[in-house]
Design a protein. Structure first.
Length: 380
């Protein structure tokens, strides 16, 4: 036999598999109708476990893992189809539908907004892009921004989540586990770091460079050209600029935005010193209440999954079964729980699609803990 003969055999087998798959899903639909009529739930854990044990026992040892994976996916597809047929919703889906109805058609042009740092911070620049006019209230750290939103001191907060060069802001992900909030919008902001100092400062005189640790990480190659300079980490790039301005010293400089020059009386010694020219930071705009504005096509979720084999696979296979694209997956260790993690997901899906509503009705059953952070659009 040659390769074409083997391929012909595969095609024949695949044809039979397709027919059997269609027959299986039709039978699953009949089961869903029966369960709906008799008030039964979709998931029968005991039966699925016995089925998988039977699959493993019926296959040669070398195929058992493949067979269990295949049938686990079939079960996920079957449950998804049955949930759709039975019209299974949840309190969460009702909250989402209500938020879509109650949210105004336009994102507010002005609001009271909480940011970390001082004037000239990149968070403030993000506010300027999100809102035509905003009253910005500055806080010393990210946790204070989350607290201001929870207590209703500000309607919105703007917080950096990740950078295209330096990666995720881990501190923010850790705080997200401890606070109640919703994401109403996100923004990708082009970030240009500049070396700023008091007028009259020479590059060769610089002994210390102040900035936030993310900015420092994004400007590593440039900082290597200042081998004698000590790096001083600050809470914020604009705070660093303010410290340089107030120091009165001409041997210190700050990595910060260009807007800090006019704000703090500094001059630029070197511009756009980040390692990558295509340097973006993604910010999220958070609120206390769930607001879903028209055009929402991104959803963020946080989950704690059972500490058992296949837990993450079951979630990912549910996304796959519904044709939902995953934009981001982040994990963070859970404090006081050894080697257990919180998973953060960004999904690329319209809030109006039936697949999204179906997912929101199903996904909580796979989790030990689940948080729907919101559905929103991203400003670029």
């Amino acid at each position: 036999m040659n390769l074409e003969d083997y391929r012909a055999q595969i095609d024949e087998i695949d044809g039979e598999l397709i027919r059997l798959f269609a027959r299986r899903m039709e039978t699953a639909a009949d089961i869903a109708a029966y369960k709906k009529e008799n008030g039964l739930g979709v998931l029968d854990v005991s039966r699925e476990r016995k089925k998988l044990e039977g699959v493993a026992a019926a296959l040669p040892e070398g195929l058992r893992e493949y067979g269990v994976s295949l049938f686990s996916l079939l079960f996920e597809l079957s449950r998804s189809s049955q949930n759709r047929i039975m019209g299974k919703g949840s309190e969460l889906t009702r909250q989402i539908e209500q938020a879509i109805q109650n949210t105004p058609p336009l994102f507010p042009p002005s609001a009271m907004v909480a940011c970390q740092g001082v004037e000239g911070a990149y968070s403030q620049l993000a506010c300027d892009k999100l809102f035509k006019m905003s009253s910005v209230f500055y806080f010393s750290n990210f946790e204070a921004v989350f607290t201001a939103i929870e207590k209703g001191l500000c309607r919105y907060g703007v917080i950096p989540l990740e950078n295209s060069t330096a990666g995720s802001v881990n501190m923010v992900y850790d705080l997200m586990m401890r606070h109640n909030f919703r994401i109403v919008r996100s923004l990708r902001l082009k970030v240009d770091h500049n070396l700023m100092a008091l007028p009259g400062t020479r590059m060769e005189d610089i002994q210390e460079v102040y900035s936030h640790e993310q900015a420092i990480g994004q400007c590593g190659r440039f900082l290597q050209t200042l081998p004698g300079a000590r790096i001083v980490r600050c809470e914020n790039t604009a705070v660093a600029a303010k410290m340089v301005a107030e120091s009165g010293r001409r041997d210190v400089a700050a990595l910060c935005s260009r807007s800090c020059a006019g704000l703090y009386g500094l001059e630029c010694l070197a511009s756009s010193v980040q390692d990558q020219g295509n340097n973006y930071t993604r910010f999220i705009c958070i609120s206390r209440d769930l607001e879903i504005y028209p055009g929402a096509d991104r959803t963020s979720l946080m989950m704690v999954l059972p500490h058992a084999p296949g837990s993450l696979y079951k979630v990912l296979s549910r996304f796959y079964a519904l044709g939902i694209n995953l934009n981001k997956l982040e994990s963070r260790p859970i404090p006081d729980r050894d080697f257990e993690f919180m998973f953060y997901f960004d999904l690329d899906t319209s809030v109006y699609s039936p697949q999204f509503i179906q997912l929101m009705g199903e996904i909580q059953s796979l989790c030990e803990d689940f948080s729907y952070l919101g559905s929103y659009s991203e400003v670029i």
